[in-house]
Design a binder for this molecule. Structure first.
Ligand code: PEP
Length: 256
């Protein structure tokens, strides 16, 4: 499948039940459908109702922020893919840096989650990205390459074609510091070349690679205008309907 432009909003652990539904309804009203996808990664409690709110809208999709790789069982506090599918989830964020850091998710565990998401016919949004010390040491490309190799490169070309990648430099997440469009483009290009090297140019060309890290209405046009940046994974700015819709509307507006 050819790559798509995507604005994915990661609500993280924000919004109580009512507040979340208000946000979803506002997004429905304020977003003008286009060829780009708007994906809403809500907390678990919102999924079913937000799924109802966005039902039938061709540009809107529902995502979970995590899942457990096992089918079911004694995993207190966890959620299975069967549960997520049963409320209309189509995408699952995997390997967000917050889950890697606070919940010690390894590349190996993420490979299991990627497999489980694909086996269930859902789309993984696989996050990768380096800490500031790694960027400063100049080893960010090989660090991100290892994350991708260890969690994704066991996949067949066909399965890899179902993955969305989100490059999120940790130093830019929630900090207000955004990677420059040139820094984002350089890493996205590296990632696309890694994929071409492992699979082929068509698989690489067809992979949607999102940038995440303080994307805002004011920088989205320039970031999304980079040739290898296919959209954004957005945290803070996805919590306000006006801001997230402005980010969604940024596709195709760049001169570059
Ligand atoms: C994120 O959490 O994935 C993220 C990019 O957050 P923010 O947009 O707030 O930097």
């Amino acid at each position: 499948m050819p790559r798509k432009n995507i604005a994915a909003g990661n609500w993280k652990m924000n919004k109580n039940y009512e507040e979340g539904l208000v946000l979803a309804r506002n997004l429905l009203v304020k977003s003008s459908a286009s060829d780009a996808l708007m994906i809403l990664a809500t907390p678990f409690i919102h999924l079913k109702e937000v799924g109802e709110i966005i039902k039938g809208q061709p540009h809107l999709r529902l995502a979970a922020q995590n899942c457990h790789p096992e089918k079911s069982g004694a995993y207190t506090g966890e959620i299975s893919l069967d549960m997520l599918k049963s409320v209309g989830v189509t995408h699952v964020i995997l390997g967000h840096s917050e889950r890697r850091e606070y919940f010690h998710e390894s590349n190996e565990l993420l490979a299991q989650k990627v497999n489980a998401v694909l086996e269930n016919g859902l789309t993984p949004i696989f996050c990768c990205g380096e800490r500031l010390d790694i960027r400063e040491a100049g080893t960010h490309v090989s660090y991100v390459a290892d994350q991708i190799k260890e969690s994704l490169f066991h996949l067949s070309a066909e399965d890899f074609g179902k993955i969305i990648i989100a490059y999120e430099p940790i130093w830019a997440i929630g900090t207000g510091v955004t990677a420059s469009p040139e820094q984002a483009q350089a890493m996205h290009r590296e990632i696309r070349q890694m994929i071409a090297g492992k699979y082929n140019a068509t698989v690489a060309d067809n992979c949607s690679i999102l940038y995440g890290g303080s994307v805002k209405p004011g920088n989205a046009v320039e970031l999304f205008g980079q040739p290898d940046v296919d959209g954004g994974l957005v945290g803070g700015a996805s919590l306000k309907a006006e801001d997230f819709c402005a980010i969604y509307d940024a596709f195709g507006k760049s001169e570059s």
